[in-house]
Structure formats: C-alpha cells, structure tokens
Design a protein around this ligand. Structure first.
Ligand SMILES: CC(C)(COP(=O)(O)OP(=O)(O)OC[C@H]1O[C@@H](n2cnc3c(N)ncnc32)[C@H](O)[C@@H]1OP(=O)(O)O)[C@@H](O)C(=O)NCCC(=O)NCCS
Length: 181
C-alpha cells in the first residue's frame, strides 16, 4: 500500500491533487504508446518507438506519467524502477506547451510517486548544454554526481549524471507542496 494511502489530505495536498486533475496528469499505459512515441520523435534525436514503449509498459519495465488534454499528450516522463532506485529515461513537454509549469508539475508528481513506491535514489543523464532541464532538475533537488564524456553519439556532447536522494527532500510529502506542485 502506498505510504500515504488512507491518510487525510492536507490543504496543500488537496491543491496538488486538484492541479493534477485539472491537467489530467496521470500514469500512462500501453494504449498511450503511440502518443508518447509521437512526442519522443519531436523531442529527441534517438526516440523510442511505439512498440518499444508498448512492450516496456506492458512488462512494467518502464513507467510513464503524462499530461493529457483533449486526447493530446502535452508532456511525459518515463523511468525505470528497480528495487529502491529509479532512472529517468525521457522527459519532455511539447514545444508549444513549454514554460507554463507543466514540466515542473510532471516532475513533482513523479517524485511524489517515487516516495510512495519506496524509491530511495533517482538518477538521470542530461546534456551539458540543456540549461532548461538542468535548472528544473536542480531546483527539484537533483545534484550533479559525475560527467559522462562524449555520451551522446550524434553530437559527442557530454552528459551530466544527476542524482536525487529522496530522503534529502524537505520533510513529509505535504511540506514539499510549494517546491513540488
Ligand atoms: C525540460 C522541459 C521538460 C521543461 O518543461 P517545461 O514545461 O517548459 O518546464 P516548466 O515550464 O515547468 O519550467 C520549469 C523550470 O524549468 C526551467 N526552464 C524551463 N525552460 C527553461 C528555459 N528555456 N531556460 C531556462 N530555464 C528553463 C526553469 O527553471 C523553470 O522554472 P521557472 O518556471 O521558475 O522559471 C522542456 O523544456 C522540454 O521538453 N525540453 C526538451 C526535452 C528535454 O530537453 N528534456 C530533458 C531531457 S533530460
């Protein structure tokens, strides 16, 4: 059972739930694999295809959360979870929907899910030049723990390896509301 299931919701928790509902922010399933693949193609040079996503979601090897509106996928975040560790696979918001708080809401929602799933540490790689993503990740508590030189084959760009220790986030879930809407 998720750690917080059954507990009375505080006012900030209700506000976050209302925001998530308004944005239709939820876990996606294999039936969404085409939508996710379409956004992958638009946002990444080496996208996962719909079949890889469908299989991963069916087998449970990959978990995907997304923001939906009127049947469109505005953004998504996919990750692997093994034991008490998670690794972000991909995270994107469609270009016309950026800078409206959707990325922060999505990442905050996923961090909340990680807590509920008992995830202790999260990892991700991000292009060294990706200031937008680095700013967002570090503002949510991720810290750089290394550099992978020439990690991205199409450009030879370095990847920064970031780590988040969930226990380092401030206090119980309700107290994280302001930072993780
Ligand atoms: C990274 C990404 C998901 C952010 O999504 P978003 O919906 O635009 O993010 P938000 O509007 O919630 O912004 C959250 C924070 O991100 C940072 N940010 C977002 N866009 C930024 C930009 N162009 N420049 C600098 N910082 C930026 C800011 O810290 C912002 O906080 P603020 O609102 O206090 O300024 C989006 O830019 C994207 O899809 N980029 C392309 C794919 C990608 O690079 N994914 C990351 C792979 S590791």
């Amino acid at each position: 059972m998720p750690r917080h299931e059954g507990q009375a919701k505080t006012a900030p928790a209700k506000a976050r739930a209302a925001l998530a509902e308004a944005m239709d922010l939820r876990r996606l399933g294999p039936e969404h694999s085409d939508l996710v693949a379409d956004l992958e193609r638009l946002c990444f040079p080496t996208p996962w295809n719909a079949e890889q996503l469908r299989q991963g979601m069916e087998q449970g090897s990959i978990r995907v959360y997304g923001v939906l509106a009127a049947g469109k996928l505005l953004g998504y975040l996919s990750y692997y979870a093994v034991g008490d560790e998670a690794e972000v696979v991909n995270f994107a918001v469609g270009s016309v929907w950026r800078r409206q708080g959707k990325g922060r809401a999505l990442l905050g929602h996923v961090l909340q899910k990680w807590r509920e799933e008992g995830i202790r540490v999260g990892f991700l790689e991000v292009r060294a030049s990706n200031e937008a993503a680095i700013h967002l990740y570090t503002s949510c508590g991720f810290r750089q723990m290394g550099v992978r030189r020439g990690y991205y084959p199409e450009t030879g760009e370095d990847a920064l390896l970031l780590k988040l220790t969930l226990a380092d986030l401030p206090g119980p879930v309700e107290r994280t509301e302001r930072r993780y809407p």
